[in-house]
Design a protein around this ligand. Structure first.
Ligand SMILES: CC(C)(COP(=O)(O)OP(=O)(O)OC[C@H]1O[C@@H](n2cnc3c(N)ncnc32)[C@H](O)[C@@H]1OP(=O)(O)O)[C@@H](O)C(=O)NCCC(=O)NCCSC(=O)C[C@H](O)C(=O)O
Ligand SMILES: [Mg+2]
Length: 283
């Protein structure tokens, strides 16, 4: 399936240095994996993590899960070697941290032909989101809300008010440039209720899914970002009603007391496409 059309409800970070977690991921119900060489890997393990990760990906077993490798920034001592190593790995895309300009993406694009993703996690990066999203090699954006909170001196709040302008700005940029966009992590991985609340907020805003740090978070994100049965059923009825109205020469149908126009039909079709993509993943 086209990478951009795959589901991204749950996107799990796995430290590239941890054999046990790399193995566990082969059994998890996760849409995409970020194999991390950056912040989840201690400096002393950065070099060996490349080989550990390359071996895990060569061994395979990750099925239809999208495999994204997060490298260290190209300005660091590890970045360029990471990029060359990731280019040779059996993965679907490379994720660059702390992207602030298209020049950084150009530099990475010179080292690999793989699709690129960008971490959006600094004030300069957020302000340049539209240009970053429009980069011809960029496929997706990942919100880095931990780094962003640090850079903004913001406090973590349940309603994420201090993050809202950055989240909204990147969403607009991603939607305007046809990029996939996934929300930041929820650090308290044992707090299911808090995670569910944040997932629903992200889904309501329009994110495609959420990045996660622990397998215990998968079920909540998968449920929150999938169309519900009621949404699928309504989408089918809207399409049917609109097609019937069109045959009668009408441009508007009514379903459950609400108007259905061609734009609602487009949303209904994308709801059905998402449900089908999720079903295809679990086959
Ligand atoms: C948070 C953790 C350190 C907790 O690890 P651990 O104590 O090992 O957890 P458990 O004992 O509960 O683990 C149970 C089993 O699950 C496996 N496991 C744990 N985490 C993962 C994972 N992420 N992926 C796959 N499998 C995982 C364990 O191996 C156990 O397996 P088994 O023994 O076989 O049953 C740990 O969860 C962790 O390291 N998480 C990832 C942290 C991380 O990636 N951080 C960096 C990304 S966040 C970030 O940087 C975002 C962004 O840049 C920003 O700025 O916001
Ligand atoms: Mg970060």
């Amino acid at each position: 399936m086209d990478l951009a059309l795959r589901p991204y409800r749950s996107v799990l970070y796995i430290p590239g240095s941890k054999d046990r977690a790399l193995d566990k991921a082969r059994t998890l119900t996760v849409d995409a994996i970020i194999f991390d060489l950056e912040d989840a890997v201690a400096p002393g393990e950065k070099v060996s993590a490349r080989d550990t990760l390359a071996a895990a990906l060569a061994q395979g077993g990750y099925g239809r899960r999208t495999r994204i490798v997060r490298i260290n920034g190209l300005e660091t001592e590890w970045g360029e070697a990471d990029a060359k190593a990731a280019d040779a790995m059996d993965c679907d895309a490379i994720l660059l941290p702390k992207v602030e300009s298209t020049a950084q993406l150009d530099a990475l694009a010179r080292l690999t032909d793989k699709p690129l993703w960008a971490m959006m996690e600094t004030p300069a990066g957020i302000l340049n989101a539209q240009a970053i999203g429009a980069h011809p090699r960029l496929m997706g954006m990942v919100m880095g809300t931990n780094d962003l909170a640090k850079e903004l001196s913001a406090r973590f709040r349940a309603d994420r008010l201090p993050m809202m302008s950055a989240l909204g700005h990147c969403l607009l940029a991603a939607k305007a440039t046809d990029c996939v966009i996934v929300d930041g992590v929820y650090n308290a991985f044992k707090d299911d209720a808090g995670l569910a609340e944040e997932c629903h907020q992200g889904r309501d805003m329009g994110f495609d899914g959420k990045t996660l740090i622990h397998p215990a978070q998968l079920e909540t994100a998968n449920a929150a970002f999938a169309p519900t049965e009621a949404e699928v059923e309504l989408a089918r009825r809207q399409i049917e009603a609109y097609e019937a109205a069109e045959k009668e020469g009408q441009g508007v149908a009514v379903v459950d007391g609400k108007i259905v126009e061609n734009l609602h039909v487009a949303t209904a079709k994308s709801t059905l496409a998402k449900a089908e993509a999720i079903a295809a993943l679990s086959e």
